[in-house]
Design a protein around this ligand. Structure first.
Ligand code: GEK
Length: 250
């Protein structure tokens, strides 16, 4: 039984910056499902993509894994493809629970959980890297370097799945998407107060880019093709492909 997210339910004198601490990790499955449109579809499709792209004896990295939903989806979809899955998160509250979660299942491929920054993760022999709503929490000036690090550690023909909340380039369009998202949250049982306090808590912590910025940065990092496979309101998921011929970004 999932614990209900009530973190922002009571009025706060001042809203502190959002942190992935014990309280958030405790209610995370409920929080993410009621906050991110299409979360289950995205997790399911990460498994579908893994079945297509993960290669035998290669590595898969799930950067910002939280409780490991994407890693579990990959592990279950690659039963006939022996591979090592690395589930990485910088929050000890998340990795402790993730570790327990992966140990509670008998999985065809191992999931190694590590508490560290995505930026400090050595990527090598990767056929798939996942950043499912993680890059938006990394300082904008460090994003290109991290994507280059991922690209360099990836085998030819490998893919990066990048899911992000995005900003729309026009004020009117952006407000429409924000309104639709807030309606989605209210429809999922969050009150007006919860929506507005959470928004304030994320303001300095989650810095969103537009699709055009993401696409250009992925191309600059060396990826040869950027495919938007999912979009709902201001949430999208991309597959960035490393050309099978190799593609030098230097
Ligand atoms: C899912 N992918 O359920 N390095 C590593 N982890 C980080 C960093 C960093 N620099 N910054 C933040 N995190 C998951 C959902 S949640 C998205 C991802 C959300 C971690 C942070 O601790 C948190 O667990 C995760 O990124 C973001 O498929 O809550 O909107």
């Amino acid at each position: 039984m999932q614990k209900q997210d009530t973190i922002f339910a009571n009025p706060m004198d001042s809203v502190k910056d959002f942190k992935f601490d014990e309280a958030v990790a405790d209610v995370f499955p409920d929080m993410i499902q009621r906050s991110v449109p299409g979360y289950q579809t995205i997790i399911h499709t990460i498994g579908e993509l893994a079945a297509r792209y993960v290669r035998s004896a290669s590595h898969v990295y799930d950067l910002g894994c939280s409780l490991g939903a994407a890693s579990l989806s990959v592990a279950r979809s690659t039963a006939d493809t022996p591979c090592d899955i690395f589930a990485i998160d910088s929050s000890p509250a998340m990795t402790e629970r993730c570790e327990r979660m992966v140990r509670s299942f008998s999985l065809p491929n191992p999931v190694n959980v590590q508490c560290q920054l995505a930026q400090d993760t050595k990527i090598n022999n990767a056929s798939m890297v996942i950043m499912n709503f993680t890059l938006q929490f990394i300082e904008p000036e460090h994003r290109l370097a991290l994507l280059k690090q991922i690209y360099d550690g990836m085998n030819d023909g490998g893919v990066l799945v990048l899911s992000e909340k995005v900003s729309h380039p026009t004020v009117q369009g952006n407000e429409l998407l924000i309104d639709l998202h807030h309606q989605f949250k209210r429809d999922n049982g969050y009150s007006e107060l919860e929506v507005s306090q959470k928004r304030a808590a994320l303001e300095n912590v989650m810095l969103t880019d537009s699709f055009a910025t993401h696409e250009q940065r992925l191309l600059d990092a060396g990826f040869s093709d950027v495919v938007m496979w999912y979009k709902c309101y201001n949430f999208m998921s991309l597959v960035a492909i490393k050309s099978s011929r190799g593609n030098n970004h230097e």
